[in-house]
Design a protein around this ligand. Structure first.
Ligand code: PGA
Length: 252
């Protein structure tokens, strides 16, 4: 998959009114935008309204989380098919903040991944990434391979099923300090090799994109645009400003 993708993760940083206001700004800013694919992931309550605002333009809609069952007694949860109904084309799975605060683990992430693949037109964005301590003690490669195997292992992808793997070193998220570009390139290589082991070269080439996330801004984005194996970016803080996010999307 050749075209790059830029994904805005608004987390729980905006009120409902602020979310709609930002969606309108984004819509105007990105009018006529072509180049990379651009996805906006607002909070769950705003998905439908944001979908209406960006409809007909280049921006796509994504969710920040999903449950693994399609229907049933699961209080508080939202299924993959509901997200599709709400207009989502993407969904983030296993973000490190959910692993930290909601105790999500890779067994759950695996279930979510399978469930999302079962809904046509909904693409999972699966997050992996090491902690600062794991990086310091040289365990990163092992951690990444292990997370990928747990999340994606034992699944055969059908021809048109797309998957995005987001490499998000936990220490770089929201810290204001992004990874060094060479280090990102290295980690992306490890992820690609691991995916090739699991799915084969052809499937990785056709169905997967590997993107980087963690303290990306308009100031450092240039360093990430031509890196080998970096197919896009997942942007948190810097996606809360339409002008700033536009600069990032334009650069990649
Ligand atoms: P950040 O967040 O860009 O604010 O570091 C990235 C993410 O958590 O996806």
């Amino acid at each position: 998959m050749n075209n790059k993708i830029v994904i805005a993760n608004w987390k729980m940083k905006l009120s409902l009114a602020e979310t709609l206001e930002l969606a309108k700004k984004m819509k105007n800013k990105f009018k006529g935008f072509s180049g990379s694919e651009v996805v906006i992931c607002p909070n769950s309550l705003s998905l439908i309204e944001v979908g209406k605002i960006i409809k007909g333009g280049p921006l796509k809609l994504g969710a920040q989380n999903v449950f693994w069952e399609d229907r049933g007694a699961y209080t508080g949860e939202i299924s993959p098919s509901m997200l599709k109904e709400a207009g989502c084309e993407y969904v983030i799975i296993g973000h490190s903040e959910r692993r930290k605060y909601l105790l999500e683990n890779y067994e759950m992430i695996h279930q979510e991944f399978k469930a999302v693949l079962g809904v046509e037109g909904l693409t999972p964005i699966v997050c992996v990434g090491e902690e600062a301590e794991e990086r310091k003690t040289d365990r990163r490669d092992f951690v990444l391979v292990d997370q990928l195997q747990q999340a994606l292992g034992g699944i055969n992808l059908l021809g048109d099923q797309r998957v995005i793997v987001a490499y998000e070193p936990i220490w770089a998220i929201g810290s204001g300090v992004a990874i060094e570009p060479e280090e990102a390139e290295y980690a992306h290589k490890i992820i690609k090799i691991s995916l090739r082991d699991m799915f084969g070269m052809k499937v990785v080439k056709n169905n997967f994109r590997i993107i980087y996330g963690g303290s990306i801004s308009s100031k450092n984005v240039k360093e990430f645009t031509n890196l080998e194996g970096v197919d896009g970016l997942l942007v948190g803080g810097a996606s809360l400003d339409a002008g700033e996010f536009y600069k990032i999307a334009k650069a990649i």
